[in-house]
Ligand binder design. Structure first.
Ligand SMILES: N[C@H](CCC[C@H](N)C(=O)O)C(=O)O
Length: 270
């Protein structure tokens, strides 16, 4: 089976063009291809499929095989793939996701997408501002934001020293989040710049999370920590988030997408 390895600021997935390939059990396949020793190595699997209601459809699976409603770094890579491989012949088009149809704008150079802006829709506040929960006897105050998938945003100093392997799973599996949750750990640098680490539902620490960066920028503006346009610095690079809070209410994520390599695998060898 043919695949393409792509990454959005270090958040890397295996992409399969399901206009040409058929995937029987994507959840199981995601677990296999994601394994960085016995598989291809990735944060998960993303299928690029035909759609009846948009130019294409994105189906996204985390490394543990769980399916998510949306993936920000993933949808930018889907946009790049369908543009560069001429599955669409326009620089603005729609991608169907489990979180609804998303509108993308491509910035291209020499026929290749170099920057992609995604309309992430209207963010939803899913907690009080902030909401306390107790983890191992310690109280954490988080802000819950959904952009189709759930995020718990926690503000602190010194995120580089954070024991994410401990606090990440504790947030992810806390009873407060029946669907589990992604969690973001934010250091506010200025009114228009934040630094972030992320523990992703179903994948663990990733080098970037587009929906997480979007949710964190909204939480930061909502709580008066930043303006409505924020530069988000993640381990793998930066994203620009603009919340049109006083207009459409929509939030826009802009960033790069890279096609690293193409390959083939025999599913019996995974
Ligand atoms: N782990 C996420 C999906 C991937 C999101 C992330 N990679 C992004 O770029 O938005 C979830 O289960 O909701």
């Amino acid at each position: 089976m043919k695949f393409t390895k792509m990454q959005g600021i270090g958040n890397d997935y295996v992409y399969i063009n399901c206009f040409e390939e058929t995937v029987e059990n994507p959840a199981e396949l995601s677990k296999k291809v994601s394994d960085r020793h016995f598989g291809i190595g990735s944060d998960g699997l993303i299928l690029i499929c035909p759609s009846k209601t948009a130019d294409c459809r994105m189906q996204m699976y985390n490394a543990d095989g769980s399916e998510s409603e949306m993936c920000g770094n993933g949808i930018r890579c889907v946009g790049k793939y369908v543009f560069d491989h001429k599955l669409v012949d326009k620089t603005e088009f729609d991608v169907e996701t489990k979180a609804g149809i998303k509108h993308l704008k491509i910035t291209e150079e020499n026929g290749k997408a170099v920057k992609i802006t995604v309309d992430m829709g209207i963010p939803e506040l899913t907690s009080t501002v902030p909401e306390p929960i107790v983890i191992d006897g310690k109280e954490y105050e988080f802000i819950g934001i959904s952009v189709g998938n759930p995020h718990a945003i926690y503000y602190m100093e010194g995120i580089d020293d954070l024991d994410l392997e401990s606090i990440g799973p504790a947030f992810e599996t806390h009873e407060r989040f029946p669907e589990r949750t992604n969690s973001e750990y934010i250091e506010v640098i200025s009114k228009d710049y934040i630094r972030m680490r992320v523990w992703e539902r179903g994948s663990g620490e990733t080098w970037a999370c587009g929906t997480g960066a979007t949710a964190s920028a909204v939480a930061s503006a909502l709580s008066g920590r930043t303006l409505n346009t924020v530069e988000v610095e993640l381990k793998g690079g930066n994203l620009t988030i603009h919340w049109d809070r006083d207009g459409s209410g929509h939030v826009f994520m802009t960033g790069p997408a890279i096609e690293v390599f193409e390959g083939e695998f025999d599913i019996n060898n995974l």
